[in-house]
Write a protein that binds this ligand. Structure first.
Ligand SMILES: NC(=O)c1ccc[n+]([C@@H]2O[C@H](COP(=O)([O-])OP(=O)(O)OC[C@H]3O[C@@H](n4cnc5c(N)ncnc54)[C@H](O)[C@@H]3O)[C@@H](O)[C@H]2O)c1
Length: 426
């Protein structure tokens, strides 16, 4: 059987991160061109400063397809080395290095402060050995780390650490998110380096510069943009992940391919990708999206929230016992159902995507069990507090076709009855 030619994104993915550093490569997707949202919202004018002059771009606010054409800024900025001119945390493509952590650690600047997931240090004893001579602060990963209290405790131990320091977030997405906020706030901003140790962090949270903490049970209620100067990809960390942890990363990667790269989606349906290909593909797709809309102001980056609206609600109602990746996987099912109910997602597409997602066979049952934990009014309150809510109500990213998406206001009459009856299929 011959294997179909990989798309631009996947070919980039196969090159891997080995050897010296390189800027995260922008993806070249081949999905359908962007179209206005079904409700016919008009294109928005977006001002953008380019090389000292101001130009106005016209681009649909609320829909998209593929990532074609989203790459020029990133390429230009990487080529010009403009990121070197920005302050710590400026959003520009991070330098990506790959290999053994022990080897990469030799390049850590003096005065680096490493915030390391204690579990990772335990599972990978060679990491601590490689960090001798550097300041290492052990942190306990989990949503509790993403809190103002945890940040305050860490900040209290940083007196005397100068603005010239580099903060290293070594761990999964919760370590990355919390330390991103800390790096943004410490002395008004220090250099940040990510060493993602979960698949989820590697495919998603270590790219794009977002950090956040939870407040009052609301996920990511306070957040910052603070880009990493470097990301180190060390595959040996992934050896100690459980199958469930790997699945969480895979789900975020599928989310990107489903919404942004139709040819790769079709290929992955036929031949499931290796984790290495999946990781590189997702990183390239996310980098291209972030580059097109670094501050989520142009209606492009919002696509990354596909599945997150109800994913965050499910995380919250479980008291964060359901982990982010799993909750997003279930949130994707909610988003598909809402899309079908509103006539945006063809039922056959929803079925195909649901079958392709690596949620596992009990996903619908887990979703039903979680809905029993919260009333519609609690969900309404959580949705209202979520940053992705529209001004007048709920606004969600929905799938039109693989590789084509839109943003729509979703009436309560669409989601509430579904939540109330355990989000069973119609
Ligand atoms: N900033 C962003 O753009 C962005 C994007 C997606 C997700 N997120 C955030 O990321 C978080 C979820 O990330 P996560 O799942 O990595 O969370 P996490 O950091 O809590 O890690 C999950 C678990 O894996 C363990 N772990 C870490 N590395 C390991 C290893 N190599 N081997 C074995 N166990 C290991 C951790 O100790 C923890 O128990 C959420 O808070 C989510 O909101 C942020």
């Amino acid at each position: 059987m011959t294997r179909a030619r990989p798309s631009g994104t996947e070919r980039g993915a196969r090159r891997g991160a080995g050897g010296g550093g390189r800027r995260a490569k922008a993806a070249v997707g081949t999905g359908a061109p962007g179209r206005p949202a079904p409700e016919g919202r008009s294109p928005a004018a977006v001002s953008e400063v380019k090389g000292g002059s101001t130009s106005v771009e016209h681009r649909p606010l609320s829909s998209g397809g593929g990532v074609a054409g989203l790459t020029s800024n990133q390429t230009a900025r990487a080529a010009s080395g403009a990121e070197a001119l920005g302050p710590p945390g400026a959003l520009s493509p991070a330098l990506e290095r790959g290999g053994a952590f022990e080897a990469l650690a030799r390049a850590l600047p003096p005065g680096a402060v490493v915030f390391a997931d204690a579990k990772v240090l335990r599972l990978h004893p060679r990491v601590a050995a490689a960090l001798v001579g550097h300041r290492v602060l052990r942190v306990r990963a989990g949503e509790a780390l993403k809190s103002l209290g945890a940040l305050e405790a860490l900040a209290a131990s940083l007196a005397g650490v100068p603005r010239s320091a580099t903060f290293v977030a070594l761990g999964g997405g919760t370590v990355g998110d919390a330390i991103t906020v800390l790096a943004h706030l410490h002395k008004r901003g220090v250099r940040l380096l990510h060493v993602p140790t979960t698949m989820l962090a590697a495919v998603d949270s270590s790219i794009g510069g977002k950090g956040a903490v939870n407040v009052g049970g609301v996920k990511n209620a306070l957040g910052v943009f603070h880009g990493a100067a470097e990301t180190w990809l060390c595959p040996a960390f992934f050896d100690t992940l459980s199958e469930a942890q790997r699945r969480e990363g895979r789900l975020e990667a599928w989310k990107m391919v489903v919404t942004l790269d139709e040819p790769t989606f079709r290929r992955w349906v036929r031949v499931p990708p290796s984790d290495a290909v999946l990781l590189r593909t997702a990183r390239a797709l996310k980098a291209a999206v972030v580059d097109a809309d670094p501050y989520e102001a142009r209606g492009v980056r919002v696509v990354l929230n596909f599945g997150h609206t109800f994913g965050h609600v499910l995380e919250s109602v479980s008291g964060y016992r359901v982990r982010h990746g799993e909750a997003v996987g279930l949130g994707l099912l909610c988003a598909l159902d809402v899309g079908v109910a509103l006539g945006v997602t063809p039922a056959a597409v929803a079925r195909q995507v649901e079958a392709a997602l690596p949620n596992g066979p009990t996903a619908r049952r887990r979703l039903a069990a979680l809905t029993r934990r919260a009333s519609v009014s609690r969900v309404r309150a959580l949705l209202g507090a979520d940053k992705k809510g529209g001004e007048g109500g709920l606004r969600m990213v929905l799938l039109q076709q693989p590789g084509r998406w839109c943003v729509m206001d979703v009436p309560e009459a669409t989601w509430a009855p579904r939540w109330a009856r355990g989000w069973r299929r119609d």
